[in-house]
Ligand binder design. Structure first.
Ligand SMILES: [Mn+2]
Length: 355
């Protein structure tokens, strides 16, 4: 296991590489070229400049989150092959710069969804929160505006403003895409890119749907043990793997996360680890990483990662906003640093007690 932190690049992130370097045990960042659009080829030069900046700070680029997948690929339009070719070229360029892990998701129209990006908790910290009853009252076409208004001026990952203008059109484009079609389009995409991944040693790591159920009637296909198993079986090469996100899977209390981790040994290339509190079905708040602050047992989760021999990067996922920090919701420095340290502490204890 390798501890990392997500970083959006010096132009977009309030957190600096120097600060990340000072989190004990944190060896790398998971980053992206935040200015690129889905479907574009990432150039060698841009990737190299990003890598050199990270390495100059004493860290490594442990992986990319995300190389976003163009809507035409998710919808299965004839133009998808052109965008798949571009995706393959981006993968080759990344591999040639020594980067071998790519996180992505296959959610239509909306990436992750929340009803509040700064819900105040009793201790005064603020967290991302989800309440299906609130979401049900929102016109999906207004969802971008809701998220944007809530984002304290930051561009949220997956909620890029250029998509805002197209939201009506996007819903129209996805209207015939049900879960079966979306699944087949994902398999088509993977079968096209996996030979390159094998040749270049790239691990693809799909992120689970967040939350783990359908929002606005849009299809969801990566949110249970069964449908994840189906995806791994459909494209059985190890390069077709997972970003195991405890917060996304854990939004549905029926998902037994330690069991899911153990079931997918060898296919989990990247871990997102965070805690949340369940209030009612479809209603949760994010929480500090500490087990007792939420509903997930972080010891059991880390133990499962330890037991499968996890060697890939993990990162503390969203943190609370604490100590007056102003940062992108979920991505402040302080609480993620606390989370990283706590998770490393659990890991050390598990390692020493298992020896
Ligand atoms: Mn995640």
């Amino acid at each position: 296991m390798k501890m990392t932190l997500r970083w959006f690049g010096s132009k977009h992130d309030t957190v600096t590489l120097e600060q990340i370097r000072q989190i004990p045990g944190c060896v790398g960042v998971i980053t992206t070229l935040y200015d690129t659009k889905p479907g574009e080829v990432w150039t060698r030069e841009a990737i190299r400049a990003m890598r050199e900046e990270v390495e100059a700070a004493g860290l490594e680029v442990s992986g990319i989150e995300s190389v976003n997948v163009h809507d035409d690929i998710k919808i299965g339009l004839p133009s998808r092959d052109k965008y798949i070719d571009n995706y393959i070229q981006t993968l080759k360029n990344l591999a040639e710069e020594g980067i071998d892990l790519v996180c992505y998701n296959f959610m239509p129209v909306f990436d992750w969804t929340r009803s509040d990006l700064a819900k105040v908790r009793p201790d005064g910290s603020t967290v991302l929160s989800y309440d299906q009853e609130i979401i049900n009252k929102i016109d999906p076409e207004k969802m971008f505006e809701e998220m944007d208004a809530n984002a304290s001026g930051f561009i949220l990952p997956g909620w890029e403003p250029e998509r805002l203008a197209r939201v009506k059109e996007l819903f129209e484009m996805y209207k015939d895409v049900d879960e079966e079609k979306l699944f087949n389009n994902l398999v088509y995409f993977l079968k096209a890119i996996i030979p390159t991944c094998q040749e270049y040693g790239i691990k693809m790591a799909i992120h689970m749907d967040d939350p783990a159920w359908s929002v606005f009637n849009l299809p969801r296909i990566v949110n249970t043990k069964e449908n994840i198993q189906r995806l791994l079986d459909a494209v059985p090469e190890e390069n077709n793997g997972l970003t195991l996100c405890t917060g996304s899977l854990g939004s549905n209390p029926d998902n037994d996360i330690p069991d899911i981790i153990r079931s997918f040994k060898g296919r989990i290339h990247f871990g997102h680890i965070r805690n949340l509190i369940h209030h009612a079905p479809g209603k949760f708040d994010e929480a500090a990483h500490l087990s007792s602050d939420g509903s997930l047992d972080m010891y059991e989760i880390m133990k499962a990662f330890y037991d499968i021999g996890m060697t890939g990067p993990i990162r503390p996922d969203h943190g609370r906003m604490i100590w007056g920090e102003k940062a992108m919701p979920g991505y402040g420095l302080y609480d993620r640093a606390l989370g990283a340290t706590y998770l490393l502490g659990l890991w050390e204890a598990i390692e020493k007690s298992t020896r």
